[in-house]
Each structure stands twice: as C-alpha cells, then as structure tokens.
Design a protein around this ligand. Structure first.
Ligand SMILES: [Zn+2]
Length: 628
C-alpha cells in the first residue's frame, strides 16, 4: 500500500535480470580503480556509516512521537511527514552502502553483518511507523483538503496522501481487516506448496541424448537442452519434461486453483469487481490496460506467424514444432569487446537520446558509478540501484567482453538514467518509480543498441544474428508473456464464476491458447499434446498478474524508440516525462504525457511495424545470400 515499499520491490526485480555465472578468477585488488565503483561517495568509511545508524534511529524516535497526532492540524501532518521522509531518505543511503558493499564479496562476513544491521533497522522502521498509513487513510477527505489549503509545505505529499486515500473504498473496518490479515498465513500456502514441489520434490525426468549422455531434466537442464541443435534431442527433451508434468496436473491444478480462489476472496471482500482490478489497483493501473494488451497482441498475431514461417524456412524443416522454438535461427556470432570499446558503442548507440543523456552516462563511466568486473565472491548478474537520492545511482555488472556484457550494461544504464533523472527532478517522496514503468528506459536503450549493431555490423552474418536475436526477444517477451497473461486472466475468471479449477480444465484452456498463438490449426507450428502441461512449469502464475508488465514495458519502449527515430528531439523531450517523473504521477498518466496512450492501438502498431521491418531486413539479406 505505501509507496515506500516500492523501492525494495524495484531492486529485487532488477536483480532477477541475471547473467550466467562466470569463472570468477579475478581478485578485487587486481582490478583497476576506474573499473570499480566508488562507494565512498556514500560514506567515506565504515565508521561514518556506523555513525549514521544512530542518526537514523534518533529520527525514528522523533517520528514515533507523532503517533495518533497526524490529523491534529496541517502543520503537524507536514512536520511528521518531513521527518519521516527525511529519515527514510537517510535509511536508503545507509542500506545502499551496506548492500553494494556486501555484493562486492558475498563471502565477507563483516559485510554480511552490515546488511543484517540494515535489515534490523528496516524492520524497526516499518514497525514503528506502521501507524502512518492507517492514520492517513482514516482522515476525512474534506479535512485533508483543508490541510492542503492551509499549509503549502504539504503540497509535495499530495500523491503520497492521495495514493493512500484512494484505498478508502477498498478498506474494511479495523476489526474486519484484522480478521482478513489473520488468514494471510493460510492463503500463502499454495505458493509454498508449489515452490517445494517444483524446486525440490518433483521427480525430474531423465533422457538419453544422441551422444549417449544421460541427462536429468531439472528446470535448468531443460532450459539448456531445449535449444539443442540436434532436433530429435530437443524433441525428446520437451516430451519427457512436460509428460512428467502431465502426471501431476491435478495436484498442481488443485493447488493453483486454491490460489485463484483466495485472490478472488480477498478482492471480493475488499469491494473489487475482479481479481484483476484488485491486483492492478496497487499502481492504479486500470484493468483496461491489461485487457487492451491481450486484444492488441491478438490483432498482432500475423507478425508472430510471419516470424514462425521465417523460422521454419531458416531451420529448413517441413513442419515447425513447438520444440523448435528455442533453437536460434542464426548461429551465434562470437563478438569480443574491450570495456572501453563497449562504452564507446553504447554512447554512439544512444545518440538519438540527446547530449544531456550522453553526458550523464559519460559521468557514470568517469566518476565510477559502475562496478564492472567479475571478481571472486562477487554477486552474479547485474543490477542498477537508485536508492541514494542525493548521491547518484550505482550499477553492478559482471563484464566478460561478449555482446551480452555490452547490452546488459546498456540495459542497466537505462535504469540508472531513470533513477538519476527522477532523483534530480523530484522531491524524495516522489522520486521512486514503480515497476510498471521500470523496464521502459532499460529496454529502450537495448533497442537502440541493437539498431546500432545492425547498422555497423561488418558482415551479413553479424547482421542476421543481431536481427534474429531481436526477433526472439519479441517472441518471448511480447507474445509469450501476453499468452501467459491471457491464461492467468482465464484462470481468475474461472474462480470468479465459481467454475471448478482442475488440472485437466487448466490444461485444456492452456493448450487452446498455445494453438491459437502459434497458429497450430493453420499449420504454422505444431504444438504436440504434452505442451498442454506447460503452464505447470511457470512459477509466475503464483505472482498474481505480474508477467504482463514484461510485455507492456517492451511494447511501450519499442514504440517510444520508433517515435524518437521518426520525430527526433520533440519525441525525446516528451519521453523524458517518464524518466523525470518518478512517482509524481501515476504510471499511466506519465506514459500518456510521454506521448503514448496505453489504451490505444498505437504502441502495438509501432512495435509490430518494427518487428516487420526487422523481418524485411532479414529476408533481404537471405535472398542476397542465395544469389551469391
Ligand atoms: Zn531491468
């Protein structure tokens, strides 16, 4: 409910964007300073970090004195909020230091103790300030309005207060809320059951591959072997993996059904018309945004079907099967980049975003905002974090010189620019942006990088590789995630209509969707019967309307990139409304201000235009190759 739970979820989301683990042979001391981040911008040393802790706790005591007093008068409310956000701001900087330091070397027990202290302070803050939201929620709207008139200092908290107040019609009397809350340990059971089953107790299938190797199909082994170059191997892998899931469809289905029913029970009890409405209300996203996504992606299926046809031709198969989907159409072209070369490419690729954007990125490179090198004990993957409001964002990455290293850096720089621009243009309370817009800036950078690489590729092979992997990204992020989103909505509707949710029923719904998306009845891509069980393997269905944001983010960013390329600077200026906006407005309003209407067909049309133009370029190269 509170906006200030947002930051933590943003950070976790970014962390989930993980690279493989590299052989981390480098020692930190052997990495040149300029390739390591400079955490002394946060605190000169550990001792000053420690001192800050006392300061935060002292402020917390001050905030606590306002318990039960927020509605006294305008001045009291303003003073309390000033104190509270000042303390939270300090705490974010405090936890940023500990978090980044410990991610440098996860084996260091001293660093671990810093993060433990951080989480203790965090818990103390949430406990002692738990009165804040309910007190604001209880206040009469007309009284709040008069407060705003009386004290101009309250103006910066308008969104914060409104965001709490708009939940009034979905909040029950205290005693009833208490009863609902007491059930949360019970309604969380399906997620636990699924995770224990899927991650630990599931009896993985075993297959013997064409080279004689026997493989146990854990989910990571499945991810590895589903793209096997040998066709009968990948067929075997798919069949064994999903037929095993098929044996448990009723258990997994009943469990998932339990989750759908509990979502609906909560939604209904809190006066929502549907589970979808309840879930999206957290960020004030209208249900129509979700429904429009499904509708528009359906209208866009011809582009996916064209891609499937192209894939079939390039793989040289008579009939494309679902198990062929992960096999790359173009052989990977190995590219190697020095760090400085990668940085130069990124700066050149992001030119359409203008001088100021590039200057800040240059600053990030020069002033050591980034920790580049994989070193012993360092956290794997990559993230960007903008919690230190009056310092600057930080990026952790694991550079190994391949193209993914370059694109990961470009991606994280998008988050960094978003944080930087929000932090410098908004007051702290309005600076933290929600997940719904978080992946726009990052994927927009990636899109420009891809463009640049295609244009500057020296060989047709290199071009084809860039174009082909871009198409794979569109398939898995836009079409596949929307297909998941559609399935999720169907499941929730079954619960809302009181229909029995069994594994068998879910498999039927899922299989029908797959065949529709992949044009199976038109002979475009055959989905063998065991694909009906694929839903059982997707953990995201436990997260309650989450995956659709992968699709919307990429669609919006692709559409913004298209607009910027055709309209130039005016489109850039508009686009910056999102990056500079933080949470000063609701995400949908920021996107509209930036020039796109999420309820219209435009973002989808622009994205499909781009997808089709990528396919045009590929076909052109392929026809040329044939003639050579
Ligand atoms: Zn990201």
């Amino acid at each position: 409910m509170a906006k200030f739970k947002i930051l933590f979820s943003v950070v976790i989301f970014l962390l989930s964007f993980a690279l493989q683990n590299f052989a981390q042979s480098l020692e930190r001391k052997d990495v040149p300073e300029k390739e390591k981040w400079n955490l002394s911008d946060l605190y000169p040393d550990e001792a000053s970090w420690n001192n800050d802790k006392a300061g935060i706790l002292k402020k917390l005591d001050e905030v606590e004195k306002y318990k039960g007093r927020l509605s006294e008068n305008a001045e009291t409310l303003t003073t309390a909020l000033n104190l509270y956000f000042d303390m939270v701001k300090q705490f974010y900087r405090f936890s940023e230091y500990a978090g980044n330091l410990s991610n440098q070397d996860l084996r260091n027990s001293n660093y671990q103790s810093l993060t433990q202290q951080t989480s203790h302070v965090g818990t103390e803050i949430s406990e002692k300030t738990a009165f804040l939201n309910p007190e604001i929620l209880k206040m009469d709207p007309s009284r709040i309005k008069s407060f705003f008139d009386e004290d101009k200092g309250l103006a910066q908290y308008k969104m914060f207060i409104e965001d709490i107040q708009r939940l009034r019609s979905h909040t029950l009397p205290e005693a009833e809320e208490k009863i609902l809350a007491s059930f949360s340990s019970v309604t969380g059971a399906p997620e636990n059951v699924y995770s224990i089953f899927n991650d630990a107790e599931f009896p993985y299938a075993k297959v013997k591959l064409s080279d004689g190797k026997e493989v146990e199909l854990t989910s990571s082994a499945y991810t590895k072997y589903r793209s096997a170059a040998n066709r009968s191997d990948r067929e075997k892998v798919f069949k064994a993996f999903f037929e095993k899931y098929g044996m448990f469809q009723n258990t997994i289905g009943a469990n998932l059904g339990g989750k759908m029913k509990s979502d609906w029970t909560y939604a209904k009890d809190r006066n929502y018309g549907s589970s979808l409405e309840a879930a999206l209300n957290a960020n004030n996203i209208p249900a129509e945004v979700y429904e429009n996504l499904i509708k528009q992606v359906h209208n866009s299926l011809p582009a996916l079907h064209r891609f499937l046809d192209l894939k079939k031709k390039m793989l040289g198969v008579d009939t494309l099967h679902y198990y062929d989907l992960y096999t790359p159409i173009v052989k990977k072209v190995d590219m190697k980049f020095e760090l400085s070369e990668g940085q130069k490419i990124i700066l050149a690729a992001l030119k359409p975003l203008g001088e100021n954007y590039l200057e800040t990125i240059q600053k990030a490179f020069n002033n050591r905002w980034v920790d580049y090198m994989p070193t012993a004990g360092k956290k794997s993957g990559a993230y960007s974090t903008g919690g230190a409001y009056d310092v600057h964002p930080y990026i952790l990455t694991n550079w190994n010189g391949d193209y993914e290293s370059v694109s990961t850096l470009a991606h994280e720089l998008g988050h960094t620019m978003h944080s930087y621009l929000s932090n410098t243009n908004q007051t702290f309370v309005n600076s933290q942006y929600p997940i719904f817009v978080a992946e726009i800036a990052s994927t927009l950078n990636e899109s420009f990088l891809n463009d640049y690489m295609v244009k500057h590729s020296k060989s047709d092979k290199g071009k084809l590789y860039m174009l082909g992997s871009y198409l794979e990204l569109l398939r898995t992020t836009i079409f596949r995630q929307t297909q998941f989103a559609e399935f999720e909505l169907a499941m929730h509707k079954m619960a809302e209509l009181g229909e029995p949710i069994t594994g068998d029923a879910l498999s039927k719904v899922y299989y029908k969707l797959v065949k529709e998306y992949y044009g199976s009845d038109e002979g475009l891509c055959t989905a063998d019967p065991y694909i009906a069980y694929e839903w059982e393997y997707i953990p995201h269905f436990m997260y309650n309307f989450y995956v659709y944001q992968y699709a919307t983010s990429l669609i919006y960013s692709t559409a913004f990139a298209q607009k910027i390329l055709t309209e130039g600077q005016p489109a850039v200026d508009k686009y910056f409304n999102i990056l500079k906006g933080g949470s000063s407005e609701y995400p949908i309003d920021l996107i509209k201000k930036a020039g796109l209407d999420p309820l219209s067909a435009e973002p989808f049309k622009l994205t499909m235009d781009r997808m089709n133009s990528v396919m045009d370029q590929m076909e052109e190269i392929l026809s040329k190759e044939k003639m050579d």
